[in-house]
Design a protein around this ligand. Structure first.
Ligand SMILES: [Zn+2]
Ligand SMILES: [Zn+2]
Length: 178
């Protein structure tokens, strides 16, 4: 994820308490690797919000609207995963954070600009699923014959109930086969 930046020039805000810059921008998002999952953006994310000089610092807040290609963890289909994430980021001039509470996460201005990319990626990652599903009820792949159950049923077991007893029955049947 390293290397990507999204900088906003905030020099016009610095002398003007309460001033803000409206944001409605397309932000190029890098591929996000999360555990064994890879999320590839299908398009730039849309960022709508504002950057404001609050006096204590520069606050960027808004909403990210992104879309990634993900792999369904049950049937291994590629699918488009929409992600909407709130963005909140706080910046001060280097050396001006001594007044802030320690738990305040803070970024630093660099040559009159703030780089939102770290906070953008953190906001998106919070909304990404650990086990992506192309549909909430994706039936996945038959553990016995490997048939893609999204396309249709297979002949393995007439009852694919989710009950733990059904799973147990499956185990007993397998042992008897052996
Ligand atoms: Zn699926
Ligand atoms: Zn099967």
């Amino acid at each position: 994820m390293g290397g990507a930046t999204y900088s906003i020039d905030v020099r016009t805000l610095l002398e003007d308490l309460g001033a803000s810059i409206e944001l409605d921008a397309a932000v190029a998002i890098p591929v996000i690797e999360l555990g064994s999952e890879t999320f590839s953006p299908t398009r730039p994310a849309r960022l709508v919000g504002a950057v404001t000089n609050t006096g204590a610092g520069i606050v960027a807040s808004g909403t990210l609207d992104a879309e990634f290609t993900a792999i369904c963890s049950r049937c291994l289909r590629e699918f488009a995963l929409p992600v909407v994430a709130p963005l909140e980021a706080f910046f001060v001039e280097q050396g001006h954070d001594s007044e802030l509470p320690e738990e305040q996460e803070v970024g630093y201005l660099h040559e009159g600009s703030v780089d939102l990319m770290e906070q953008i990626l953190a906001a998106l990652v919070l909304e990404l699923p650990f086990a992506p599903l192309h549909a909430e009820d994706c039936p996945g792949i038959c553990p016995k014959c490997g048939a893609d159950l999204v396309e249709g049923t297979c002949d393995c077991e007439p009852d694919r109930s989710d009950s733990p007893f059904a799973a147990l029955q499956g185990l007993i049947d397998e042992n008897q086969d052996a």
